[in-house]
Design a protein around this ligand. Structure first.
Ligand SMILES: *Cc1c(COP(=O)(O)O)cnc(C)c1O
Length: 430
């Protein structure tokens, strides 16, 4: 496969950007080789600058649930863009997207649009602290919440640890208020509330943890977390940047029928444009500026072009059968792969939550980030390289999940399943 142009562009890019990229995982560090520079995309397909064609399962890391270059989104964006691109003043489009979301979501009453998932989470944490007048936050090992300073933490050596910053440039003082716990251990959550009464502002979790493999979290655990938060005067934040509008229109809150206090969104909400959002009850949202004293603002927040894209995308998501159809397709893919790997007796699993899937190169359950065997990543590298050579695009890291879109045809799924099986045969030969 010819990758000359991508290789040239990457060399040039390295002179402009750290690592040649504007977001680290794009650099292909964990699989090796040269990132593909994408020229265009349509439906289920991507084309790189060397005109190689791929069936996409990365989908810009989740936002493109309708597939690429969707005509409904394109038309709505085109309509909006003819009137200008940003006014820094309210628009009817913001109302329209808010109405679409709020009238189809039982868990939030008011919303605020921002420009990324990170910004949504950062604002939600500030809101929780402002609302409760408390500082400490509980987060879980293996959950990713964007590059928010106070959440760039990893667990230390004990079971209950205050954050050790996982990035240079994050002062200790900032992560000192973040308590990191393993997933699925409600006893430890209870202990933290016992040890720090009236100090915990919020518990934040990815209710479908999909940024470190697809970790299995029981609905009972989420339910108990929510009860513990409410019992102790802390807020429950569901970070649904990846699961919102993905595992169902109401995200994991709807899937599990659990009512968090604050929900964050991103990715799908902007139809492929940079949009994030956070929402909560009227009471909690009344703390946000200018109604309340929790300051949060954005020059391009509620950008009309991005709102138009979000409206078009979410309108499609609301059509009857949309999520059932995605789930069925995902099952078609995972069943075909599992049939093969079980026949071969490979130690291998596929974890799936609706239209999110993740390949695990081991036979056991994966309930926590540290249960992912790093040795499996050698197998992923072999699989990833084989798939690229055969026109199937997966995110360039074995810790990343794959996504199914409405644009995948059965033929796409069957072709990809076959290539994945062949790639796994290669990976398990070694
Ligand atoms: C992607 C993601 C974020 C960060 O969103 P950005 O738009 O990349 O800033 C935060 N939380 C979760 C759960 C995510 O999946």
């Amino acid at each position: 496969m010819n990758r000359t142009k991508s290789a040239e562009l990457f060399e040039k890019a390295k002179t402009y950007f750290p690592g040649g990229v504007n977001s680290p995982v794009r650099a292909f560090k964990s699989v090796g080789g040269t990132p593909l520079f994408i020229k265009k995309a349509d439906g289920s397909k991507l084309w790189d600058e060397d005109d190689n064609e791929f069936i996409d399962f990365c989908y810009s890391w989740g936002p493109m649930i309708l597939g690429h270059n969707n005509s409904k989104i394109r038309e709505k964006v085109w309509e909006a863009i003819q009137n200008g691109t940003s006014y820094g003043a309210p628009t009817a489009l913001e109302n329209e997207l808010a109405e679409l979301i709020l009238s189809n979501n039982r868990f939030i009453e008011k919303i605020r649009f921002v420009s990324s998932g990170t910004e949504a989470v950062m604002s939600a944490v500030r809101l929780a602290r402002g609302f409760t007048g408390r500082n400490k936050i509980i987060k879980f090992e293996g959950c990713y919440h964007g590059h928010v300073d106070s959440l760039l933490v990893k667990a230390g050596s004990g079971l209950i640890t205050f954050g050790n910053s996982s990035s240079a440039g994050v002062p200790e003082g900032i992560v000192n208020d973040t308590i990191v716990l393993p997933l699925n251990r409600i006893d430890l959550v209870q202990k933290v509330f016992h040890d720090y009464p009236n100090e915990i502002a919020a518990i934040i979790i990815e209710p479908v943890p999909a940024n470190n493999g697809l970790l299995q979290v029981s609905p009972e655990f989420l339910f108990c977390l929510n009860c513990n938060a409410k019992k102790n005067g802390a807020l429950m934040i569901f970070d649904e940047v990846i699961s919102g509008f993905r595992v169902g229109f109401e995200g994991a809150a709807g899937l599990y029928q659990i009512e968090p206090d604050i929900v964050t969104y991103g990715k799908i909400i902007g139809g492929g444009f940079p949009v994030g959002a956070y929402g909560a009850s009227k009471e909690i949202m009344s703390c946000v500026s200018p109604d309340g004293d929790v300051y949060q603002a954005g020059t391009l927040s509620g950008n009309p072009v991005a709102m138009a894209a979000g409206i078009a995308a979410l309108t499609e998501c609301l059509k009857p059968g949309f999520y059932e159809q995605l789930s069925k397709k995902t099952e078609r893919l995972t069943e075909a792969i599992l049939k093969h790997t079980q026949n071969k007796g490979y130690p291998f699993r596929i974890f799936r939550k609706e239209s999110i899937f993740w390949l695990s190169f081991a036979s056991q359950d994966v309930n926590a980030a540290d249960e992912i065997d790093p040795k499996g990543m050698d197998k992923f590298r072999i699989l990833h390289a084989y798939l690229l050579d055969n026109g199937v695009y997966f995110g360039p890291s074995g810790y990343e999940v794959g996504f199914i879109s409405a644009a995948h045809s059965d033929a796409d799924i069957d072709y990809a399943a076959q290539k994945i099986c062949e790639g796994l045969d290669l990976a398990y030969m070694k």
